[in-house]
Design a protein around this ligand. Structure first.
Ligand SMILES: *Cc1c(COP(=O)(O)O)cnc(C)c1O
Length: 391
């Protein structure tokens, strides 16, 4: 049965916004694999006319997501970037977006290479310095685009400080909550107008679907976004909606375990003499640890580190020798992944600029999965040892 609004997170994962199927009593939301719906007379129907406009499996997922993020409205899209595109389409030529300077690469590309052509301007700023940011806001600024924790340096932005500033200046805020997941961080509760997810990552959680979602409490914004969902048409299919609904049922368990495993791995990496720096917001000496502790329930499954021998070759040896950590893009699945931002996700950023934010040639990013912690630790230790043997 539908969870009460004040039910706790684990209950929301299983029951939030969801009811047994009204037609059959099916406990799990059916996959309504249909493009259209019978009408009893022209315009007389049961709330569904055509599946771009609406589909019951998608509705169930949207209601579930709204409950998870403590919002009122969920709006799903065919990918995280399609969801972001919908938000940017609510802007007008001449409007400006202020975004984190250490942003997901695809979000940067959409803002600059696509939206730039439609007269939407973007500036990329260090969102850790709220006072400086306040000075950069102009009449044209309409949207603050926030990402925290950031990729791959795992910097933390103070969501509450930024939403308070934006509200005072009449600017909307959107938090890309993909890295944290709603289990760890709920930006609407901290004053954000919009939350964005690449559901491809922790929400889906099994690396078998690409999807995006937006959650809001604002009825006016929701109306515009539902309109764009139908008018532009980047909608997810019912099978994918089912997969994400299914993934969410274990979101809390998966993220809990990923956080636990990450803690073990961070400890071992810190003790390894081949490792130079470990980046993880759960470390007491992380420069923004206190903010992370305030706004997150735990510190997540993403860990970055670099090597004392700071070369691409040394990092490559480590990545070639892991057994359970698969070398691949993406994150947030049950399986552990390993990646090299300098040559993979962040290859298009000039080296000087990369180095200036600490993204060294040997920086390695881990998406820690839910395997056994001891096995993951052993795997990294042997890969580091193998890299030295070759070096
Ligand atoms: C993957 C990702 C996106 C884009 O989502 P897609 O589902 O791949 O379109 C946006 N933001 C962040 C932080 C991501 O990791």
């Amino acid at each position: 049965m539908k969870a009460a609004p004040d039910a706790n997170f684990a209950t929301q994962c299983i029951h939030g916004g969801l009811e047994p199927d009204p037609q059959t009593g099916a406990v799990m939301t059916p996959i309504y694999q249909t493009s259209t719906y019978a009408q009893s007379a022209p315009g007389e129907h049961k709330g569904y006319e055509y599946a771009r406009t609406g589909n019951p499996t998608r509705t169930a997922l949207q209601d579930n997501l709204a409950a998870l993020e403590k919002g009122k409205f969920g709006i799903c899209f065919s990918s995280g970037l399609a969801a972001m595109d919908a938000i940017l389409r609510t802007l007008r030529p001449g409007d400006e977006v202020l975004a984190s300077d250490d942003l997901y690469g695809g979000s940067y590309r959409l803002l600059t290479a696509v939206m730039g052509n439609f007269g939407i301007k973007s500036r990329f700023v260090d969102m850790r310095d709220t006072d400086k940011l306040a000075g950069l806001i102009t009449e044209e600024t309409k949207l603050l685009w926030i990402e925290t924790p950031t990729n791959p340096m795992l910097n933390i932005v103070d969501i509450q400080a930024l939403t308070a500033l934006a509200r005072k200046r009449g600017i909307l805020t959107c938090v890309d909550n993909t890295f944290a997941s709603p289990y760890l961080q709920q930006p609407l509760e901290m004053g954000a107008d919009l939350v964005l997810h690449s559901a491809t990552k922790y929400l889906g959680g099994h690396s078998d679907v690409v999807m995006g979602a937006i959650i809001t409490r604002d009825e006016e914004l929701a109306k515009q976004l539902y309109y764009l969902q139908n008018a532009v048409g980047a909608v997810p299919g019912p099978q994918d909606c089912f997969l994400v609904l299914r993934g969410i049922k274990t979101l809390h368990l998966r993220v809990q375990r990923a956080c636990e495993n990450a803690r073990h791995i961070v400890e071992v990496l810190q003790q390894n003499e081949l490792v130079a720096n470990v980046y993880y917001p759960g470390l007491p000496d992380h420069p923004r640890h206190e903010i992370a502790a305030r706004q997150m329930r735990d510190f997540g499954g993403m860990v970055s580190f670099d090597l004392k021998e700071d070369t691409l070759e040394a990092a490559t040896e480590v990545m070639k020798n892991t057994h359970y950590f698969t070398l691949a893009e993406s994150l947030g699945g049950v399986e552990s992944l390993i990646g090299h931002p300098a040559s993979m996700t962040h290859a298009s950023i000039p080296r000087e600029q990369r180095l200036s934010v600490g993204l060294t040639d040997s920086l390695i990013r881990l998406s820690v999965g839910v395997e056994d912690a001891e096995d993951l630790v052993k795997d990294l230790q042997q890969a580091l040892a193998a890299a030295v043997a070759v070096g």
